[in-house]
Design a protein around this ligand. Structure first.
Ligand code: GDP
Length: 300
């Protein structure tokens, strides 16, 4: 029998043909994957992440058989869609349920660099929890940056919450510890703890986050970054997740980014779920992350 390059014997090929299916051709596959790669990159998916996802799809599809009537294009699209969904829905859990079911007070620590919207996000979540019948106290674990207490105090005043803070330069773990004690004494359900976005060195920052972990054993650590930060957000997600394992991420400024690529990249490099999207400057501008919606948008 002639060799068709597929590495399959005549009998096997005959069987595939008889079953009304054909083998997927690698060149044909590559053309479609190249198109999809461009689409992912233009949606701000990080290049390495896009490459890895598409490589996985290719490995699964090459040499597979397909029904003769379905085009390779559709098949590849469906496979990529599925792969993206797998990445972006990684580890999704019901945030409200987890908070509701945990022993009180529930301690949630927020990490991420300054300026991405971390304090605003903490305030938004405080409001979000209040709307669901859960009280919260804010704790300023960013004792490094001048003005951090005032920044969080403004939100606390606006929302009528208590802020626990110590003077600049003091131990952040002690601040969060005090907030936990305050919550226990005052029947507050949730402690929302901010942390420094930057210290003298990243080793200092890691040591600080580790100490908070050790002293208060948080129920959740959430990494906050901007949906619009592209590659920077991906690098920071990796770094912060290494410094202090995160349970999930919140991407802010999603109102300025309709693409959703950052969500895919951050979920991929951390293996942790995106929990919420920030969608504006108001306290109500926070939405539960919906993996399906983001994948749909990528394929619009
Ligand atoms: P932090 O330094 O990380 O705590 O940053 P802030 O919380 O002070 O936020 C920095 C700026 O980003 C402020 O002007 C916020 O109003 C704005 N911001 C925060 N979240 C969002 C969001 O989801 N969408 C938009 N458009 N702006 C946001």
């Amino acid at each position: 029998a002639e060799d068709d390059g597929s590495g399959r014997g005549f009998a096997q090929r005959a069987k595939i043909l008889a079953s009304g299916k054909s083998v997927i051709d690698e060149d044909d596959l590559d053309d479609h994957l190249d198109d999809l790669e461009l689409a992912l990159l233009s949606s701000d998916v990080e290049m390495g992440v896009a490459g890895e996802i598409l490589e996985g799809v290719k490995e699964n599809l090459v040499g597979e058989t397909r029904r003769r009537l379905s085009s390779t294009g559709n098949l590849v699209r469906d496979a990529v869609r599925e792969a993206l969904y797998d990445v972006i829905s990684v580890g999704q859990f019901d945030f409200e349920e987890r908070v509701a079911e945990a022993d009180k007070p529930v301690v949630i620590i927020f990490t991420g660099v300054n300026g991405v919207g971390k304090t605003t996000t903490i305030a938004k979540l405080s409001q979000y929890l209040e709307e669901r019948g859960l009280s919260s106290v804010l704790a300023n674990g960013d004792t490094y940056r001048a003005g951090a207490n005032e920044q969080l105090q403004k939100h606390a005043d606006n929302l009528d919450r208590t802020l626990i803070s110590h003077e600049q330069g003091s131990d952040p773990a002690a601040v969060v510890y005090d907030a936990v004690e305050y919550a226990e004494a005052n029947d507050v359900d949730v402690v929302l703890g901010d942390t420094a976005g930057r210290l003298h060195t990243s080793d200092d920052l890691m040591a600080q986050l580790e100490k908070i972990d050790r002293v208060v054993d948080p129920d959740m650590t959430i990494f906050v970054d901007e949906a619009v930060a592209g590659q920077d957000a991906v690098n920071r997600a990796r770094e912060f997740n290494d410094a202090s394992a995160i349970d999930g991420a919140i991407l802010t400024k999603a109102d300025a980014d309709s693409q959703g690529g950052a969500a895919i990249s951050v979920a991929h490099v951390t293996g942790k779920p995106i929990l919420f999207l920030g969608t504006g400057q108001g306290y109500d501008d926070i939405e539960r992350f919906d993996p399906e919606e983001v994948v749909d948008r990528l394929f619009e």
